[in-house]
Design a protein around this ligand. Structure first.
Ligand code: SF4
Length: 72
C-alpha cells in the first residue's frame, strides 16, 4: 500500500506568523510575503516531525489529516 502524504491545512486567519512550524519542519512549511505560514511540500520531512511542528503551533492554526482522520 502506498504511503499517503499528510493532508496539511493552515488557517491563515489564525496564524500569527511565529515561524515555529517552518523552524521545526523546514521545507514543509514556510512563511509567505505576508508573514503567514504556507505548506510548501508535505513530504519534505518525516511525518512525525511535521506532526510535532503542527502541534507546536501557538495558535493551533495547523490541521493535519491522515487517512481521513484528523490527527492534529
Ligand atoms: S506555527 Fe502556527 S502561528 Fe506560527 S507560523 Fe506556523 S502556522 Fe503560523
Amino acid at each position: 500500500m502506498p504511503v499517503m502524504a499528510l493532508d496539511i491545512s493552515i488557517d491563515r486567519d489564525a496564524c500569527m506568523g511565529s515561524g515555529n512550524c517552518s523552524f521545526w519542519a523546514p521545507g514543509v512549511f514556510d512563511l509567505d510575503d505576508d508573514g503567514i505560514a504556507v505548506v510548501v511540500e508535505p513530504a519534505a520531512q518525516p511525518d512525525d516531525k511535521v506532526i510535532l511542528a503542527a502541534q507546536g503551533c501557538p495558535t493551533q492554526a495547523i490541521t493535519i489529516i491522515r487517512d481521513g482522520e484528523k490527527i492534529v
